[in-house]
Design a protein around this ligand. Structure first.
Ligand SMILES: Nc1ncnc2c1ncn2[C@@H]1O[C@H](COP(=O)(O)OP(=O)(O)O)[C@@H](O)[C@H]1O
Ligand SMILES: [Mg+2]
Length: 229
């Protein structure tokens, strides 16, 4: 493995449901290397989204420790975590989450704006990102005039805006037919390779997960299998 990006030691996250407790993530040990492409596979409710939220610093574990590039996340306050998300992490969601009133190009520009670009350089960089995902020709379209696969391409371009070290994708193909879905997974894999970005894709689709060089299978909050181990 290359350098270590994430290291998880005994990570747990519990939710209270009435009188009982759901162990959404249950004592996970996992090391993710820089530049890896990993599928997090498991049925609905197995804890994939909870684990991605922990990796994305959108949530904190109840037990255990997560290190990102050697930094113990539990020692960072909310401001430092927000800065980490802004500068180091990219997110792709099942629902695409594009701003419906902005064109494809403007959606990517909106993600670039916090990074200090303005005017022509902002536009040029947004255009280049859309070009990279094969959507330059449709950049002036609103999301409603794009197919699901095209919207997810825009979302993938947007996720690259901050040149993240990792992209966390939660069921990115969940709203797509299987051919379009596998195209999106291949796109993410290619982007990861070209940019040296680590990609973690959560999916309940075992066939999609099988496309990833590394697969981590979850059941009931635990890792039941990792290939390769
Ligand atoms: N905010 C929450 N409150 C209570 N229970 C939750 C919450 N989020 C997830 N869970 C529960 O935790 C378990 C894992 O959920 P999740 O991480 O969403 O799994 P997956 O993404 O694999 O479908 C499930 O039993 C789910 O119902
Ligand atoms: Mg989920």
């Amino acid at each position: 493995m290359n350098q270590v990006l994430f290291e998880l030691r005994g990570v747990s996250r519990n939710y209270r449901r009435g009188d009982s407790v759901v162990h959404a993530v249950n004592g996970i040990d996992l090391t993710i290397g820089t530049g890896e492409f990993i599928a997090l596979e498991g049925p609905s409710g197995s804890g994939k989204s909870t684990l991605l939220q922990l990796l994305g610093t959108l949530d904190r574990p109840d037990a255990g420790e997560i290190f990102f590039e050697g930094r113990p996340l539990h020692t960072l306050g909310d401001g430092a975590l927000a800065e980490l998300r802004l500068n180091a992490l990219g997110f792709v969601f099942q629902q695409f989450n594009l701003i419906q009133t902005l064109t494809a190009l403007e959606n990517v520009e909106a993600a670039l704006a916090p990074h200090g670009l303005r005017g022509d350089s902002l536009r040029a960089r947004a255009h280049n990102l859309l070009d990279e995902v094969g959507l330059a020709a449709r950049e002036s379209h609103l999301p409603v005039h794009l197919s699901g696969g095209e919207q997810q391409r825009v979302a993938s371009a947007r996720a690259l805006a901050n040149e993240p070290r990792v992209i966390l994708a939660d069921e990115p193909t969940g709203n797509l037919d299987s051919k379009t879905g596998s195209d999106v997974v291949d796109l993410l894999a290619g982007l990861g390779e070209r940019h040296g970005t680590t990609i973690v894709v959560a999916t309940h689709d075992a066939a999609l997960a099988a496309r990833a060089p590394r697969r981590v299978a979850m059941r009931d909050g635990s890792i039941i299998e990792a290939v390769p181990a």
